[in-house]
Design a binder for this molecule. Structure first.
Ligand code: GMT
Length: 393
C-alpha cells in the first residue's frame, strides 16, 4: 500500500507513535511517506520504503498567524498526486484531520486523480483539551466524522470523544505500541554510577514528559520529596516544556536541587529508563501514557494516576500502581514500597514486561492498522472524479 502519515514532529507521544508506525509499515513492505514540518523525532534512521516530506508554511506580513492548515493540505495533495497514496493517516485530529479532509476534497475535484482514503487517529488532548474546547469543537468533530476511518488509542479516549465532542463516527480502538526489539532493558553500570555517584544504596526515580501542565511536574517533585525522606534517591527529569522551570523551582524550595538532574530532551530514552528503578507519572489526564509503556518495557515499575487510558495498561498492584492524581501520599507510599522491597520490585518489573510483550508490541498492533486500512479501502472504493459530487461543479 502507499501510505501518507501526517504527524507533529515535536517531542510527544502522537509523533512517536506515528513515526514508529511509519517505520514498521515500511519494514512490512509498504511505501510510506511521512508528512510533517520537520523530520519527526526518532525518524532519522534511513529505511527502505520510508520517505519524508517537509511542510513549509511561508509567512506574509499580512498574516498574523502561520497558515499551517493550508500549507499542510497543499503538501498532502502534492504527495498524494505524485505517489498515488491509497491512505492518508492523520495523527492528532487538530488540524491534521481537517488538512486530510481538505486534501481529499481537492483531489476529488481533479479529473483522473486518485483519491486516497482518510484515516484519523485520536491521541488524547486533540479531544480532551483542544477538540472539546468550544473554539474548535464544531470544525474538529466535522473533520473527524468526514474521515473514512477513525481510531483512538484507548477505550477511555473513545468514550471521552463521544462524551465531549459531537462526533458520530464509529471509532475503532487500536492501542499504542512499542518496537519491543528496541524497547528493552539493557544494563549500563557506568551510566547508572554517573547518576548515583557510585552509591549502591541510591535509587533512581525518573519522569519523562513534555512538561505541559497536564503532566503535573510539581507533583513529581512533591512525590519525590516524600520518597527521599525514606529512601536515598535521585530524580531524573527527561524532556522539556513550559512547566520544567516550575519543577526546578519547586525542587529548590524543598531543598532538593542537588538530588534532581534535569536532562532536557533526549532522543534515546531506553538507556535512561534502563538505569532507573521507578517511573513517576502523576498526570491530570492521560489518554494512553506511552511513556509509562516505555518504562514497563524496560522493567521499571510505574506509579501513575488512575486516569484515562492508564488503567488499560497498568493493572494496579500487579504491573504497576495507580492512585487518584491528587493522592501524592499514596503515590509516594507505593514508590517507597517498591524501592525498599527488592523481591516485590522484581515481581512487578517482570509482570510489567510480560504485559507489554503480550499486548503492546509492534508485531501485535501494526497488523491491526494494516487490516483497518484494508477494511476502509474495501468498505468504500476510492471515490473517483466521476462519482464525486464536486466533479460536477
Ligand atoms: O499530550 C498531548 O497533548 C498530545 C499527545 C502527544 O502528542 O504527546 O499525547 C497524547 O498522545 C499520546 C500518544 O497516543 C498518549 O500516550 C498520551 O497519553 C496523550 N496525552 C494525553 O492524553 C495528555
Amino acid at each position: 500500500m502507499n501510505v501518507g502519515i501526517v504527524c507533529y514532529a515535536s517531542v510527544g507521544g502522537s509523533g512517536i507513535v506515528a513515526t514508529e508506525l511509519a517505520k514498521a509499515l515500511a519494514d512490512r513492505g509498504h511505501q510510506v511517506r511521512l508528512i510533517s514540518t520537520e523530520m519527526p523525532f526518532r525518524a532519522s534512521n534511513l529505511r527502505v520504503g520510508l520517505a519524508f516530506h517537509a511542510v513549509q508554511t511561508p509567512g506574509y506580513p499580512l498574516f498574523r498567524e502561520p497558515q499551517y492548515l493550508l500549507s499542510l493540505a497543499n503538501k498532502i495533495v502534492q504527495v498524494s498526486r505524485e505517489y498515488q497514496l491509497d491512505i492518508i493517516h492523520a495523527h492528532y485530529a487538530i488540524p491534521h484531520a481537517a488538512a486530510a479532509y481538505l486534501a481529499r476534497q481537492i483531489l476529488a475535484n481533479r479529473p483522473g486523480t486518485k483519491v486516497p482514503h482518510v484515516i484519523t487517529t485520536l491521541h488524547g488532548t486533540d479531544v480532551t483539551l483542544i477538540g472539546s474546547d468550544s473554539s474548535y469543537s464544531e470544525t474538529a468533530a466535522f473533520c473527524i466524522d468526514q474521515s473514512d476511518g477513525v481510531t483512538a488509542v484507548s477505550e477511555s479516549l473513545r468514550d471521552d470523544t463521544y462524551r465531549e465532542m459531537p462526533v458520530r463516527a464509529d471509532i475503532r480502538v487500536i492501542p499504542n505500541f512499542l518496537d519491543c526489539s528496541y524497547h528493552h532493558r539493557s544494563e549500563n553500570p557506568v551510566l547508572r554510577a554517573r547518576f548515583t555517584g557510585e552509591d549502591p544504596e541510591t535509587k533512581l526515580v525518573i519522569h519523562v514528559s513534555n512538561f505541559r501542565p497536564v503532566k503535573r511536574a510539581e507533583a513529581v517533585i512533591d512525590i519525590f520529596d516524600r520518597i527521599r525522606q525514606r529512601v536515598p534517591s535521585r530524580l531524573l527529569l527527561v524532556g522539556d516544556g513550559p512547566d520544567l522551570d516550575k519543577a526546578g523551582r519547586r525542587a529548590r524550595e524543598l531543598g532538593l536541587a542537588d538530588a534532581v538532574e534535569q536532562l532536557g530532551e533526549q532522543e534515546e530514552v531506553v538507556p535512561l529508563l534502563s538505569v532507573s528503578d521507578l517511573f513517576l507519572l502523576p498526570s491530570e489526564r492521560e489518554s494512553f501514557g506511552l511513556a509509562a509503556l516505555e518504562a514497563m518495557a524496560c522493567q521499571v515499575p510505574v506509579v501513575a494516576s488512575r486516569v484515562g487510558g492508564l488503567p488499560e495498561i497498568i493493572d494496579h498492584g500487579v504491573t504497576g500502581f495507580l492512585h487518584p492524581p491528587d493522592d501524592i501520599d499514596a503515590m509516594a507510599a507505593s514508590a517507597v514500597a517498591m524501592l525498599t522491597d527488592p523481591a516485590s520490585h522484581r515481581v512487578v518489573s517482570e509482570a510489567a514486561l510480560a504485559a507489554v510483550l503480550q499486548r503492546f508490541c509492534a508485531n501485535e498492533i501494526v497488523p491491526r492498522y494494516e487490516a483497518f486500512y484494508q477494511e476502509v479501502i474495501d468498505r468504500e472504493p476510492t471515490p473517483s472524479f466521476a462519482t464525486s459530487p464536486l466533479a460536477h461543479r
